[in-house]
Each structure stands twice: as structure tokens, then as C-alpha cells.
Ligand binder design. Structure first.
Ligand SMILES: [Zn+2]
Ligand SMILES: [Zn+2]
Ligand SMILES: [Zn+2]
Length: 116
């Protein structure tokens, strides 16, 4: 009987040797996924892996209506917005400026009326 390591090419016919060998991986990546062989150095990475691979959860939803994009990583959403909405963002900020300007215009008109 040959015991093989799941994470590398190590193989041995002594089960205890495999167990000892496995510790070298566990020490490096102590956070192990319970559904696959994935191991991570940090709990955060394991959580991200779990979300992306096993639950398909995508919590980072695009704020631009009616876009339905959702990403597993905040980085995904950032690059999506940069690629798809960078033009829209400019229009939005221009509209915002125009609104402010027209608002200040009405404000200016109101002042003389009060004076009269
Ligand atoms: Zn190994
Ligand atoms: Zn996994
Ligand atoms: Zn979008």
C-alpha cells in the first residue's frame, strides 16, 4: 500500500511517515477548507476561497443601476466599475455640478426678490 500526499508528489508505504509529512503542509497552511484540499496561510484567504468556490456568494454588487454585476472580491467590483462605468461616472459628476450651479442660480434670483 502506497500512501500519497494530496498536496505534493510525496508518497510512502508507511502511513506514519505520511502523517509526519502532512504536518509540513499544515504548518504552512493551517487554515484548511473542509470541502476540498485547499489550505491557506490566513483565515481571510480561506473565507474568500470558501465563498468563491463553494457558496458562489458575490457580496460586492455594482451600485450602477440597472447593471447586475456582482463580484466575490472588492477588487473585482473596482475593476468592473473602472472598465464599464468610468464614462458614466464622469456624466454623473457633471450632472451633479450642473445641479449645484442651477441651484445657486435660483438662490441668486431669490435674493433680489427679498430685497424688493
Ligand atoms: Zn506533501
Ligand atoms: Zn474548498
Ligand atoms: Zn456595473
Amino acid at each position: 500500500m502506497v500512501y500519497k500526499c494530496d498536496d505534493c508528489h510525496y508518497a510512502t508505504d508507511i502511513f506514519l511517515s505520511l502523517q509526519t509529512h502532512r504536518w509540513t503542509h499544515v504548518k504552512k497552511r493551517p487554515y484548511r477548507c473542509r470541502l476540498c484540499n485547499y489550505g491557506s496561510k490566513t483565515l481571510q484567504n480561506l473565507k474568500i476561497h470558501f465563498r468563491r468556490v463553494h457558496t458562489k456568494e458575490r457580496p460586492f454588487v455594482c451600485p450602477h443601476f440597472p447593471c447586475k454585476f456582482a463580484g466575490a472580491y472588492s477588487q473585482d467590483l473596482k475593476s468592473h466599475i473602472r472598465n464599464r462605468h468610468s464614462k458614466n461616472d464622469k456624466t454623473v459628476s457633471l450632472d451633479h455640478l450642473n445641479n449645484n450651479r442651477s441651484r445657486s442660480h435660483t438662490h441668486l434670483k431669490e435674493i433680489p426678490r427679498v430685497l424688493i
